[in-house]
Design a protein around this ligand. Structure first.
Ligand code: IPM
Ligand code: MN
Length: 364
């Protein structure tokens, strides 16, 4: 198969995390006989500095012509006071619009060797945490027009929470498909007790459910679900929700593992290229950037997700995931994880962690 991939190393630790991920893609391609074409794209901070835009035209063209886009990291403190159109985050929102991605998928589960890093009590983690957040990424307040003006109280600003049936439909469909491949349970979260947009969301997801009679659909409120996720994470399997709610609750779910840097994120469109990133697009500690201290596993997991979702290469995806698990089981971590007082672990650099996973795949 031909794998034509656009690569945006992005900001911060992005470039050092992307390198091992690309090596893994090369190894997988060689081993399974795929033809790999990688094209590096200038965007995010580098785009702002070199071309005056976080997503220059050329970047849009290359990404649209690819089968899938791999993106490292987005945003740095030094850009946070720039006008919005000159911030890396704006580039990401623009890229989402350009690729017409509709749905964000964020799988999160505990890795047994790192369970002690979870902020949850042992009795809770023992019951398990293994779920997939399916978040709409085409509607809601994050995609709204932004208004800032002067009104009768002085400065005022607003965005709005807009949904239509088509937007909800695209994401609901993907969520039902994912639920069908797991425990056949789907939980949709909204705030239908208050919001009109949530009532539209709930009605549309329910209508989609009529096409999936084998899936047990339930609805919940986002606020009480956020609470329950902390006390009973084992009760969650596939969760579908709107853009802003999904942004927040997927970070909560990831945070409950204590190892947010180990997960991946996929942004899928109905037929164009998908966008693959680490679940956490920004490393919380910028002093670690460029020092081989940041874990590349989230980025490598994004490669696995890409192989699965954009190319249907399940065996290849599993080979990558198995390599990750084996290296973690052998007790290797990077400095960002070791910081948290993990005992009996061996600390290696970003690139070395990648090489170890690559070796496992080759041996596999
Ligand atoms: C995410 C990020 C983005 C979002 C930002 C950087 C635009 O927080 O992917 O979760 O809110 O979607
Ligand atoms: Mn987020």
């Amino acid at each position: 198969m031909k794998l034509n991939i656009a690569v945006i190393p992005g900001d911060g630790a992005g470039p050092e995390m992307v390198l091992p991920a690309l090596d893994i893609l090369r190894i997988i391609s060689r081993r399974y006989g795929h033809i790999l074409k990688l094209t590096e794209v200038t965007a995010c901070g580098k785009g702002i500095e070199e071309q005056g835009s976080p997503l220059p035209e050329e970047a849009q063209r290359v990404c649209l012509a690819s089968d899938a886009v791999l993106l490292g990291n987005v945003g740095l403190k030094k850009y946070q006071d720039n006008p919005f159109h000159l911030r890396p985050e704006y580039g990401l929102l623009k890229l989402r619009r350009c690729l017409k991605v509709t749905t964000n998928i964020r799988p999160v589960r505990l890795y047994a060797p790192l369970c002690s890093l979870s902020p949850l009590k042992k009795e809770v983690t023992e019951r398990g945490l293994d779920l997939i957040f399916v978040r709409d990424i085409a509607g809601g307040v994050l995609c709204s027009e932004q208004v800032r003006q002067v009104g009768e109280h002085g400065a005022e600003a607003y965005e709005y929470e807009y949904y239509n049936v088509d937007i909800v439909w695209d994401t609901a469909k993907i969520a039902f498909e994912i639920a069908g491949a797991r425990k056949k349970k789907l939980l949709s979260l909204d705030k239908a007790n208050v919001l009109e947009s949530s009532r539209l969301w709930r009605k549309t997801v329910t209508q989609m459910g009529e096409h999936y009679p084998g899936i047990q659909l339930s609805h919940g409120y986002i606020d009480s679900a956020a609470l329950k996720l902390v006390t009973h994470p084992e009760e969650f399997d596939v969760v579908v929700t709107s853009n802003l709610f999904g942004d927040i609750i997927s970070d909560e779910g990831t945070g409950l593992t204590g190892t947010p840097g180990l997960y991946a994120s996929a942004e899928l469109s109905v037929k164009g290229p998908g966008l693959y990133t680490p679940n956490q697009l920004h490393h919380p500690d910028e002093t670690m950037i460029g020092k081989q201290m940041v874990c590349p596993v989230g980025m490598i997991a994004a490669v696995a997700l890409m192989l699965r979702c954009s190319f249907g290469l399940e065996e290849e995806a599993e080979a990558v995931e198995k390599g990750i698990e084996q290296v973690l089981e052998e007790g290797y971590v990077t400095a960002d994880l070791a910081e948290k007082n993990l005992e009996k672990k061996q600390v290696v650099g970003t690139a070395v962690m990648g090489e170890m996973i690559a070796r496992k795949i080759k041996e596999g």
